[in-house]
Ligand binder design. Structure first.
Ligand code: NAD
Length: 368
């Protein structure tokens, strides 16, 4: 079985799909690993490390044309799809809800496309959950970025020159990224408030030492997969009113609120920004799915009424060394999980619930 990994071409993407430790695990299974030269250059991994782990360096076109399985961080381009073998399996983030044309092109080419976002969030799949591994790092990065931008320190300090109060951090949305943002801000000594529409999260927030902001929005709940349900316009307005007060006394606000497969809700309005202290910082972590903050701009930092709004995309890419290590482990765990000992190969078992969840195209058809 030939497994191919080419360099990412998406602008600004610094992660790579497989690190040498992942190569070694797959070579041990008997796979041939073809990589493009310079695969790990942005994560400071020289080609020699990949070669030592058992990979072979090949031209990009040859990898795309011969690989049985192609591993990518981002979705492939139409041009790459045209170069792939008709029966190839492609595993990556795919954003299938917004990439209908790309998905059709993969189906037409006969490619089996696995979308990492669609792997069910079950206990057994945790080791392959790239959405979580990357969101976790993104939550850390968001706090570090904000901490660098506010011209204050985060912890309380009692010194002979006076006492400094801890900075106040407000985290909106306490899923994987939000919980890591809370934990990171707490470690840095900030006083942290958090809110999520899923009431089950309250205990997790409190166990990290943060205060859960109580807002009675009536019926909210979550889907059977644990995702938040979209709020009604009335509930959102109610949420904004209650949050304006918390935002007004916060130094850092981190928004992570997302609705799976839909545009993110606008939670922080211009009026709320106007009520915040000049010098405070908002990080809009939902910017890539539409944004939680009115006026936030993708891949930009802007100032509105003295408040800095960070709308940078690809936050895991700021920690691309760890992000690539974790992503690589997620992919290898996925392949190993479906490795048949009898056939000594990876088997795309279409009867398996996990594969049913994440297989988007197969045998010429779009499945979802
Ligand atoms: P996500 O990125 O889809 O959303 C981030 C958070 O925003 C969620 O907690 C959501 O409830 C919240 N949110 C949505 N609208 C909001 C609003 N208006 N105001 C405030 N918050 C709002 O979430 P995620 O991090 O991908 O996690 C989704 C679910 O999957 C969670 O239940 C999580 O516990 C679960 N999960 C399970 C596993 C596992 O068991 N294997 C692994 C990872 C995540």
């Amino acid at each position: 079985m030939i497994i191919g990994i080419v360099k990412e071409t998406f602008p600004g993407e610094s992660r790579c799909a497989l690190v040498p430790a992942g190569i070694a695990r797959l070579v041990k299974k008997g796979c041939v690993l073809l990589i493009e030269a310079g695969l790990g250059s942005s994560t400071h991994i020289p080609d020699s490390e990949y070669l030592k782990a058992g990979a072979q360096i090949s031209p990009r076109h040859d990898i795309l044309a011969t690989a049985d399985i192609l591993l990518h961080v981002r979705k492939p381009s139409i041009d790459e799809i045209k170069q792939m073998k008709a029966s190839a399996i492609h595993i990556s983030f795919l954003d299938p809800f917004n990439e209908k044309d790309l998905v059709s092109a993969m189906a037409e080419r006969g490619i089996s496309a696995v979308s990492l976002e669609m792997i069910p969030r079950t206990t057994i799949a945790q080791k392959m959950d790239a959405l979580s591994s990357q969101a976790n790092l993104a939550g850390y990065v968001a706090v570090i970025l904000a901490a660098q931008r506010i011209k204050k320190i985060l912890p309380m300090m009692m010194t002979p020159s006076g006492t400094i109060s801890p900075a106040r951090v407000f985290v909106i949305g306490a899923g994987v990224a939000g919980l890591q943002a809370i934990a990171t801000a707490k470690r840095l000594g900030a006083r942290v408030d958090a809110f999520d529409t899923r009431p089950v999260v309250k205990e997790q927030v409190q166990s990290l030492g943060a205060k859960f902001v109580e807002i009675d929005l009536g019926e909210t709940g979550q889907t059977k997969n644990g995702y938040a349900k979209a709020l009604t316009p009335e509930q959102l307005a109610q949420q904004r009113d209650a949050m304006a007060k918390v935002c007004a006394h916060s130094d850092i606000v981190i928004t992570t609120a997302q609705i799976f497969g839909k545009k993110a809700p606008v939670i922080i309005t211009r009026d709320m920004i106007a009520g915040m202290k000049p010098g405070s910082v908002i990080v809009d972590m939902a910017i890539e799915s539409g944004g939680n903050v009115e006026g936030a701009k993708f891949n930009e930092e802007i100032i509105i009424n003295g408040v800095r709004i960070i709308g940078l995309g690809n936050l895991p890419g700021h920690a691309c060394v760890n992000a690539s290590e974790m992503f690589s482990a997620n992919l290898v765990n996925f392949i190993e999980h479906f490795w048949s000992k009898e056939q000594n190969t990876f088997v795309l078992n279409t009867d398996d619930e996990l594969i049913k969840g994440c297989l988007i195209t197969h045998q010429g058809k779009v499945l979802k």
